[in-house]
Design a protein around this ligand. Structure first.
Ligand SMILES: NC(=O)c1ccc[n+]([C@@H]2O[C@H](COP(=O)([O-])OP(=O)(O)OC[C@H]3O[C@@H](n4cnc5c(N)ncnc54)[C@H](OP(=O)(O)O)[C@@H]3O)[C@@H](O)[C@H]2O)c1
Length: 249
């Protein structure tokens, strides 16, 4: 029997990268998966790739009305959510000196406000004993060039996990953060880097990783599975770094 047999898993940002690999792995492990993203075609393709009757949802996590629609979908289809994996996020790159108000507001609107109220709105349908996982970043505790605004959004998620683990104690809901180091996904392209720039960045950054390479989305999915499943039944309020050792030395 799969590690998530009979569980309902909602994965935001499930149409790409870490979220997509998690959707596939969770479904293989027996979960009924709802996956979300902004791009309809990518959501449809992810549903096909995930199989196992996965359900797709198109929406913007910065738009709180979309969360109402998403919670209604989960309630109507499955009656509950056992695993809420708040993984959707954007990376924006700028120095402190050059950061614009628009970029700051947009990054916080997606990564912090969208995650916060998305989970808050889902609480009535999250099962007692459920698992909430948020995707953080090692950038929140290691100063990486031009990551300062993004890093602060991820530090906020880490802080929420501490508070919510306490706030949700009566319902035995566990809240943890999965913090990737550099992982090969489409995210750098979305942040505006072309292929050559992304490649150059990967070569340079890999030198700072004891394992000497970027992570793969599948490796993050396996860590997400740990936090989602009963294998982590006594793990609560932590930040699990999966970074090849980059931020640990
Ligand atoms: N890759 C890394 O090196 C790395 C390192 C540390 C942390 N992370 C974090 O890991 C998470 C997943 O990123 P990834 O690397 O797998 O990148 P990715 O492939 O670009 O995935 C990001 C996902 O978030 C979704 N998303 C972004 N903005 C959204 C919005 N406003 N509303 C709804 N969905 C939105 C995207 O959907 P669309 O594509 O449809 O917009 C996509 O599914 C993010 O939270 C990221 O910050 C990544």
């Amino acid at each position: 029997m799969g590690k998530l047999h009979g569980k309902v898993a909602l994965i935001t940002g499930g149409n790409s990268g870490i979220g997509l690999e998690s959707a596939k792995l969770f479904a293989q492990e027996g979960a009924r998966v709802i996956l979300t993203g902004r791009r309809r075609e990518a959501v449809d393709e992810a549903v096909r790739e995930t199989g196992h009757d996965a359900v797709g949802f198109v929406g913007d996590i910065a738009n709180l009305d979309d969360h109402d629609r998403l919670v209604a979908l989960a309630r109507d289809r499955f009656g509950r959510i056992d695993i809420y994996f708040a993984n959707a996020g954007v990376i924006t790159l700028s120095t402190f000196q050059d950061a614009s108000v628009d970029m700051f507001d947009q990054t916080f609107a997606v990564n912090v406000r969208g995650t916060y109220f998305g989970i808050q709105k889902a609480l009535p349908v999250i099962s007692d004993g459920g698992s909430i996982i948020m995707t953080g970043s090692i950038a929140s505790y290691v100063a990486l060039d031009s990551h300062n605004v993004y890093a602060a959004t991820k530090a906020a998620l880490r802080s929420f996990a501490r508070s919510w683990a306490k706030d949700l104690r009566d319902r035995k809901i566990r809240v943890n953060v999965l913090s990737p180091g550099p992982v090969r996904t489409p995210i750098l392209g979305k942040a505006g880097l072309d292929e050559a720039e992304a490649q150059a960045m990967e070569e340079m950054v890999s030198q700072a990783i004891p394992l000497g390479r970027f992570g793969e989305a599948e490796e993050l999915a396996r860590a997400a599975l740990f936090l989602a499943s009963d294998d982590s039944s006594f793990v609560n309020g932590i930040e699990l770094s999966v970074d090849g050792g980059m931020a640990q030395i």
